[in-house]
Design a protein around this ligand. Structure first.
Ligand code: TRP
Length: 341
C-alpha cells in the first residue's frame, strides 16, 4: 500500500502534539546516513594527527558555551561585528534593499538576524543551522514578533555543500553569514562555498558576511584561550559529545585545551592535547594517544580585507563593499554578482 495516497478526512485527524503552535516550521535535511557520519568521525579519531569535525562542538552544552564565548572580554569578533552593524546599519540596508528573502547561514539562536528583521523587512526568513535546539527555541519567538514574515528553519550540515534549492524560493535573496564562520573553512573550501552562494544571488541578491582580520598573534590567541576557561570547556566538551555518539570513554580532563596562531597558514588552531598517555577504544580499536599528542578540533582562518575581497571576486561576486571598525579588527562585506552598484 502506498501510504502517501492515504487520505484522512481532516475532521477525524487528531492534531499532533506540539510544544508550540506558531507558524514557524523547521524541516530536517540533515544527512540521513548516520552510519556514514559515524564512520567519518571514527576515521578522523583513528587518523594521525587525529581530528574531530567542528560541527560536533554544537550539542546543547556546546551551543550554550559558544554563547558565552561570544560575550567574553577576549573574544572581540562578535562585539566588533555588532558595532560595525550598528554604525553602518543604514548604509548596509541601502546596499541590500528591503523586502527580499533572507537566508541566515548558521543562525543559531537567530539573535544576530533578529536585529536586521525590522530593517530589511524580508518577505521570508530562513534560519539554517545544524543545531536543532537553538532553532526550535528561537523561531517561535520570532514568528510571534514578526507575524508578517514567513519564518522557517532548515536543519542541515551545510559544510558538506550548500544545497538549498528546496528552501530558497526564486526571487531576490540575501544571504547572511556573520561571525567569521567562513574562517572555519579552509580557503579552498571557503571559495567553493562562496561560489555556491553566488548561484542564488543572480536576481538582485547578495551576501552580507563578516570576517575576522589578521592582527597581533597574542590577541588572536587570547580570543581562543580566555582567562575564564570557557573556550577550553567548549573545546573539551566535544569529547563528551563524541563519547555520547560513539560510546567511547575519552576523559575530557585528560586533555589540555591548546590554541595557537599558525602564522604561515594565517589561522588560529584549536587542539586537544593528551596530558598523559591514554588508550581509548574507538569502534573496537585501541587508539593510543601519546602524552602531548593532539587532536585538531578547529581552525579559524584570518584574512586581510583585500585578500577576502579577492576571494569573493574569485568566487564569482563582482561588486563588494567593505565596512570596518576604527581599529580594523573585523570586516563586514556586502557582495553582489552585479558589476555596478
Ligand atoms: N567562527 C568563529 C571563529 O572562528 C566563531 C567560532 C567557531 C569559535 N568556533 C569557535 C570561537 C571556537 C571560539 C572557539 O572565531
Amino acid at each position: 500500500m502506498q501510504r502517501s495516497t492515504l487520505r484522512i478526512d481532516p475532521r477525524f485527524r487528531t492534531p499532533a502534539p506540539r510544544a508550540f503552535d506558531l507558524d514557524a516550521d523547521v524541516v530536517d535535511r540533515r544527512l540521513t546516513d548516520p552510519a556514514a557520519e559515524r564512520r567519518a568521525l571514527v576515521t578522523g579519531l583513528l587518523a594521525t594527527p587525529a581530528t574531530i569535525a567542528p560541527k560536533y562542538f554544537y550539542d546543547a552544552i556546546g551551543c550554550a558555551l559558544f554563547c558565552k564565548i561570544c560575550n567574553l572580554p577576549e573574544y572581540y569578533p562578535t562585539r566588533t561585528e555588532a558595532r560595525i552593524f550598528d554604525r553602518e546599519r543604514e548604509a548596509i540596508v541601502a546596499a541590500i534593499g528591503t523586502g527580499k528573502q533572507l537566508i541566515d547561514l548558521g543562525a543559531g539562536d537567530c539573535a544576530k538576524a533578529a536585529m536586521w528583521l525590522p530593517w530589511l523587512q524580508p518577505s521570508t526568513y530562513v534560519a539554517v543551522d545544524i543545531a536543532v535546539d537553538a532553532l526550535e527555541q528561537a523561531l517561535p519567538k520570532l514568528a510571534l514578533a514578526y507575524p508578517e514574515i514567513d519564518i522557517r528553519g532548515v536543519l542541515v550540515d551545510f559544510t558538506r555543500g550548500l544545497d538549498l534549492d528546496l528552501d530558497v524560493a526564486d526571487g531576490p535573496t540575501t544571504f547572511f553569514y556573520p561571525g567569521s564562520s567562513i574562517g572555519n573553512f579552509t580557503p579552498a573550501d571557503a571559495l567553493e562555498f562562496l561560489n555556491g552562494i553566488t548561484r542564488h544571488c543572480a536576481a538582485d541578491g547578495g551576501l552580507l558576511i563578516g570576517v575576522d582580520t589578521k592582527k597581533d598573534p597574542a590577541r588572536l590567541r587570547a580570543a581562543y584561550d580566555d582567562a575564564a576557561g570557557v573556550t577550553a570547556a567548549f573545546n573539551r566538551n566535544v569529547l563528551v559529545h563524541v563519547n555520547r555518539l560513539l560510546g567511547t570513554r575519552f576523559r575530557p580532563d585528560g586533555f589540555k585545551h591548546v590554541a595557537l596562531y599558525n602564522e604561515a597558514l594565517s589561522r588560529v588552531e584549536m587542539h586537544l592535547e593528551a596530558i598523559d598517555a591514554q588508550t581509548v577504544t574507538i569502534d573496537g580499536i585501541g587508539r593510543i594517544f601519546r602524552a602531548g599528542e593532539r587532536i585538531h578540533t578547529e581552525s579559524s582562518y584570518k584574512y586581510a580585507p583585500a585578500e577576502f575581497v579577492a576571494m569573493l571576486q574569485r568566487a564569482g561576486f563582482a561588486n563588494v563593499r567593505v565596512w570596518q571598525d576604527d581599529a580594523r579588527d573585523f570586516a563586514v562585506c556586502y557582495a553582489t554578482t552585479h558589476s555596478a552598484g
